[in-house]
Design a protein around this ligand. Sequence first.
Ligand code: 6GU
Length: 241
Amino acid sequence: MIFDILTIFPSMFSSPLEEGMVGKARERGLIHVRVHNIRDFAPGRHQMTDDRPFGGGEGMVMKPEPIVGALRAIEASGPAARSILLTPQGRLFTQEVARRLSLLPRLVLICGRYEGVDERVAEYFTDDQISIGDYVLTGGELAAMVVVDAVARLIPGVLGNEGSALEDSFSQPVLEHPQYTRPRDFEGMSVPPVLLCGNHETIRRWRRGQALLRTRMRRPDLFARLELSPEDRELLEESQK
Ligand code: 6GU
């Protein structure tokens, strides 16, 4: 999978995408992340990437020529790409969106800045617009990193354990059960004894009960959509005692 990122702040991407599983995946050639500076494609001596909005108002708008110039320049290199504008006006990024994007050979992520991007770029030069949530960031860069991270970990081989991407929250729409590790007793707070009992079936049932309880408390929206099995109902009841 190839990620091409278009931004006016390329250095924002250096460390976050060099660490951890994403960094490892890049080293192993499972993913390729290429960061392009939009300014390099801005015409003229001043290489302006933004300008005042027609019709007046606060702030600046990103000009179309540099972004479209960058898109055209990188288009030729590599397989056909889906181009995605990161903007708070986009559709909401979810695990399901990440899963679909992970099946594609190449994504071009365009990071908007300032008050936005000229609408003609959004309308005629992008295939998709994505927002990572209902809050406002100063630009699309952090959102693009979120997309790269969430998509990369779904690509076969990127995670050590292939099962873990499927088991975690939102693939199954319940939150995960709580996890504990050593020490058994930390400053007087002890690990739930059930986890030390050694019975896998008992532990599985406790964990499922905790996951359901937690989902009901913290994410009633997800809980309302769950189809509970008879065992689920029983475990929920038990875990409230
Ligand atoms: Cl993609 N961009 C900006 N600027 N703010 C956001 C966002 C994107 N997603 C949520 N908030």
